[in-house]
Design a protein around this ligand. Sequence first.
Ligand code: NAD
Ligand code: ZN
Ligand code: ZN
Length: 369
Amino acid sequence: MSEPKKMIGAYLPGDSSVAFKEYAIPELKHGEVLLRTKASTICGSDIRCIYNEHLGKGPEAYQQEMVAGHEPAGQVVACGPGIREFKAGDRVVIYHISGCGVCNDCRRGYQISCTSEEYRKAYGWQRHGGMAPYIVAEEKDLVHLPDSLTYADGAQVACGFGTVYEGLEKIGISGNDAVLITGLGPVGLAAAMLCRCLGAKNIIGIEAMPERIEIARELPLRKGDASFKLFDSVLAAGPDNEAEVRALTGGHGVERAVECSAHHEARLTAIQATRKWGKIVLIGEGGTLSADFAPSRDMIHDQKTLYGSWVTNLWRMDELLERLARWEVHPEDLITHRFGLEDAAKAYELMASGKCGKVAVCFDEELEA
Ligand SMILES: NC(=O)c1ccc[n+]([C@@H]2O[C@H](COP(=O)([O-])OP(=O)(O)OC[C@H]3O[C@@H](n4cnc5c(N)ncnc54)[C@H](O)[C@@H]3O)[C@@H](O)[C@H]2O)c1
Ligand SMILES: [Zn+2]
Ligand SMILES: [Zn+2]
């Protein structure tokens, strides 16, 4: 098959709209592959930093008219010179930041925090991303997608699930733990799915939007098995949340908390509703912590540990894909709406409204799924 030279892709002008234009598909350089995009999901960060306005700085600065979409999965259709591991036909997830490959962070696999100003480029931010039918990617950014997972599963791992898995590995989740998850957007839902797989028994969610409370209450761990829900309890965000969580945990609070809302009050609840010696991870980005935070009362005297966690590393993304296949769970079950690329404007608008679970732009067989 001869590869196309041009395509129509979507970019985000920064005024809550989506625009389309023609992009050239360049000749592949050393170490590059061409992917046919199959699924490209929308992240809360896209809405926060790019869609409504171009807010980001440094690694979060969106370059004008870049093809949007940092959560892509697709199939290799052509390889440039020097490709070592991947070949045409391979199903892959893109680790969504291409790093320099040789700084300390890149050598740890954390291309997210690559320190090279010249070479660090995130797909959908500083280089073309997944909201187009083809993506030029670097081989070193690819991770194999197991056969039993769909491209829509893979797209979710490119950012959200990878991020959550990293955060959960930092605080350690097991069958010993009651877990509080604050903010039940796609990231919070991913946290619940992975906590279930890791054995957590009492999973409590807190969310502010009624539509999302409803979705979180209904979602099962596996589609078609309504008997095993993602959450044990879902609470509406409010001033009594700490007391409510304590009431659900014998008065003690949870062993682990995963903060996915970025809201200053929810962050405080996550810290305060965690019991002595417990661990909390902050994943939601932006904003501040409530001015009512009192370090001695809320953390120091209760010997708590607070982590921050940014995306994940390449080997852990690979490991997560293997685990998802082993656990027989599908991240795509959290997708409530799929759109074709021509309807990308509707997809972003819906995600910005929050009246949804995960939203995906899909191609080929993934659109029919
Ligand atoms: N740390 C990382 O590496 C990383 C990676 C990806 C995304 N993120 C961030 O994670 C967050 C979640 O991503 P998402 O795609 O699910 O975004 P999202 O905006 O869809 O979800 C956030 C949810 O928090 C809810 N919320 C707001 N105030 C609340 C409150 N007081 N209590 C409880 N819930 C409240 C919102 O209603 C919303 O449903 C975003 O801030 C995103 O930027 C971080
Ligand atoms: Zn993201
Ligand atoms: Zn680097």
